[in-house]
Design a protein around this ligand. Sequence first.
Ligand code: NAD
Ligand code: WQD
Length: 342
Amino acid sequence: MKVLVTGGCGYIGSHTIVDLINNGFDVVSVDSNIRSSTQLLDGVEKITGKKIRNYKVDLCNLEDTHAVFHENRDIVGVIHFAALKTVPESVADPLFYFHNNLSSLVNVLKCVKEFNIPNLVFSSSCSVYGNTTELPVVEATPLQEAQSPYARTKQMGEQMIQDYSKVNDTQSILLRYFNPVGAHPSALIGELPLGRPDNLVPVITQTAIGKIPKLTVFGHDYDTRDGSCVRDYIHVMDIANAHTKALQYLLDQKNTDNCEIFNLGTGNGVTVLEAIKAFEKISGVKLNYELGPRRPGDVIAIYANNTKAKQLLGWNPNIGIEDMMRTAWQWEVALRDRVLSN
Ligand code: NAD
Ligand code: WQD
């Protein structure tokens, strides 16, 4: 059974391809490489022994996208990861985000419709919940206003798929990821941020390896157990496996609605300072960090209720914060060693 993965050269897409192949699926990827190269697919090939074809196509181009679907009419589903994801960049250039993330989705939906593709899985984000005070968040928690154009593209993307699903036969699943972190245990694939990262875990590992001089903890006077923000960090291989399970759930026709939503988090809130401590413990590296001012736009705390994904998809995220940090660190060290040996 063949699956079309968009954004397969990216962080979560590449890890998901590994899990799909391990579960017997064939995969083709479409990725314009606007935020990636084929480096991670090389890693996927080393891990799985399978060569993955990537179509270097911008999904905003309907003709090119159509050609890929035409060539792969036998796919059983699409997993749509491709999008831009940097919150500050989206604030600075909203139209770039609306164009890239939404017109690509319209084109994918047009092709899914034309070629009668039965199943679609979409990468959504906990950022659709906005500044919610209801914790932990369940899928039915009302969405608050998006805090960035990026988050708005995820709210709008969800609504577009929901509207589409009401009048078409495609079965869809929207997966709301919390904070995906870590890397494949082989250290052959992992997160490859372009430029200086904004997300906590790459900032931690890049500080520890010396690429970034110092980490600033954004806010230490919040009303949380140690004053820093709380997030639901989730290992990327657990996220990856949820996609395989979501696709299998659709293939087995276990869904009760044309479009269903699932939270993908561990359900455990971890503070920034706890994340740093976990990293220091597993790496033995003393991190150079300081307590700094709050970062505008940060929510104080957010974590998932993941009961629905566990019960219906049979998903069981079981990688803890220390292994998240360990694999992220092994990946950072592997990247350095690769540079040194070149
Ligand atoms: P990533 O940037 O590593 O991968 C996204 C890939 O999509 C990149 O390889 C990029 O080149 C490709 N792409 C972007 N626009 C494209 C287009 N128009 N046509 C073809 N390819 C295009 O990001 P990721 O972390 O793997 O994220 C995957 C998905 O998950 C995204 O939709 C993102 O919004 C969502 N998500 C990510 C996180 C996170 O923290 N990483 C959290 C929640 C949701
Ligand atoms: C986590 C915590 C920071 C960096 C973002 C997107 C969201 C989703 C996941 C895609 C926060 C703190 C960070 C640093 C710090 N992505 N931090 N110092 O903001 O929860 O979510 O990624 O959908 O949409 O907004 O993740 O990793 O940036 O921050 O103290 O140098 O770490 O303040 O509390 P965030 P993050």
